[in-house]
Design a protein around this ligand. Structure first.
Ligand code: FAD
Ligand code: GLY
Length: 377
């Protein structure tokens, strides 16, 4: 019988971050992953740390997102040292370009409330943007500049979390498929896997879009998550052609530290497969080349897809299951799981340790927020 303090189901970036933070606090941790580490969304992402470029409104999500982004400054040197794995962290800033006055007004409002929160954000005229990024040739009205939003290589950061956790004593079990959770009388005590049973006081489900597929005792269920497939591609220009990440309503263009440029991504709801369609690549490429025509001569690298986990209200589930003691959820990070991963690990470790005191986050990310007892939608 395998017995741990904490079992984490899922070898994605969020399972990794939680495993790392708990191992740092001397918990005996096991991670159970059905395939290899980083085999799902966490290796498909563009890796943007878009705390300001993506959130539409002020509130708990924005607060958590910007604190998570800011924590990368401290986390990256630490995790690179513990794991000996570079994560290609760049603080290259993002330009969210507007093609119409309506988009410009929406972005100017965002700049205003973000500035009120003390974050750097400014409106740039089209000429200022062309000066910053001379290869950006599309006819734009202007752009919102978010200089603190950066990026990482998501699969590398995921692996770094797991190497770090493992170096601190965690056991990582790959090719170990969790079939269901074990327990009775409202207490979860273990898991049934393809490699036998594992037991722990705390079990954290960090299974991304696959979370609802896990079975609970007494016919109870985990919250529904909608899979939202995203297709994305990479090209390699002969020399760097842009420095900032360029984010438009139809496409984002992310210059990576290794010289590649990632161009993403589609959003296809309800789809779990990872097939990349020719039409999606054609459309993303056409949009990207309309904005930065020099991309046309870049060398083709590759294309891939992953599945984002979307909750009903778009906010992640980060906390205790409402009906089962010992069961925790860290899932539903949708479009921002890489950005949110840094603080997800700390926040989940704080809650498991009984040290979490941030009420606004507790309420906003409570896994029971949509449920009546026994019924999680
Ligand atoms: P996952 O990475 O999906 O990990 C869950 C793991 O659990 C998987 O490895 C899976 O195999 C395992 N698992 C599932 N069920 C079981 C089971 N029963 N037993 C054992 N193991 C199991 N986010 C950003 O912040 N910035 C971006 O730029 C960005 N770009 C994106 C671009 C695309 C195209 C896509 C698809 C997503 C993007 N995202 C981005 C979102 C981000 O990728 C996800 O939010 C994040 O990776 C979710 O991480 P996770 O660890 O929660 O889940
Ligand atoms: N955050 C970028 C994406 O999900 O495509």
């Amino acid at each position: 019988m395998q017995k741990y303090d904490v079992i984490i189901i899922g070898g994605g970036i969020n399972g990794g971050s939680i495993a790392y933070q708990l191992s740092k606090r001397n918990y005996r941790v096991a991670v159970l992953e059905k395939e290899r580490i980083a085999s799902e969304a966490s290796s498909a992402a563009a890796g943007m740390l878009g705390a300001q470029v993506e959130p539409r409104i002020d509130g708990a999500f924005f607060d958590f997102a910007r604190k998570s982004r800011d924590y990368f400054d401290q986390l990256v040197p630490e995790i690179e040292q513990v794991s000996d794995q570079p994560v290609e962290f760049l603080k290259n800033g993002m330009l969210r370009i507007a093609f119409s006055e309506e988009e410009a007004n929406m972005l100017k409002e965002r700049i205003a409330w973000q500035q009120e929160q003390g974050e750097p954000a400014e409106w740039l005229s089209a000429d200022q943007v062309y000066q910053m990024e001379p290869e950006l040739k599309a006819e734009i009205v202007g752009a919102a500049s978010f200089p603190k939003d950066g990026q990482v290589m998501p699969a590398q950061l995921t692996k770094a979390f797991f190497k770090g956790a493992s170096n601190l004593g965690a056991d990582i079990y790959e090719f170990t498929w969790v079939k269901g959770l074990l327990g009775k009388n409202g207490v979860i005590t273990g898991v049934e896997t393809t490699s036998g049973r594992f037991y722990a006081e705390h079990i954290v489900v960090a299974a991304g879009a696959f979370t609802p597929h896990l079975s609970l005792p007494d016919g109870a269920s985990l919250p529904t998550l909608t899979p939202v497939k995203g297709e994305i591609l990479a090209v390699r220009p002969e020399k760097p052609i842009i420095t900032s990440t360029i984010y438009s309503p139809t496409v984002y263009i992310v210059p990576k530290a290794n010289g590649e440029i990632f161009i993403g991504a589609t959003e296809r709801e309800g789809i779990y497969d990872k097939i990349v369609s020719f039409e999606s690549i054609r459309r993303l490429s056409a949009e990207a080349c309309r904005i930065v025509p020099a991309l046309r001569s870049a060398e083709w690298s590759r294309a891939w897809a992953g599945v984002r986990p979307q909750t009903i209200d778009g906010l992640p589930y980060l906390g205790p299951h409402p009906d089962f003691k010992g069961l925790w959820l860290a899932a539903g990070h949708f479009r921002n799981g890489i950005l949110l991963s840094a603080l997800t690990g700390v926040w989940m470790a704080d809650q498991i340790e009984g040290k979490a005191d941030h009420l606004e986050w507790k309420d906003a990310f409570d896994p029971g927020r949509h449920s009546q007892k026994g019924v999680i939608p």
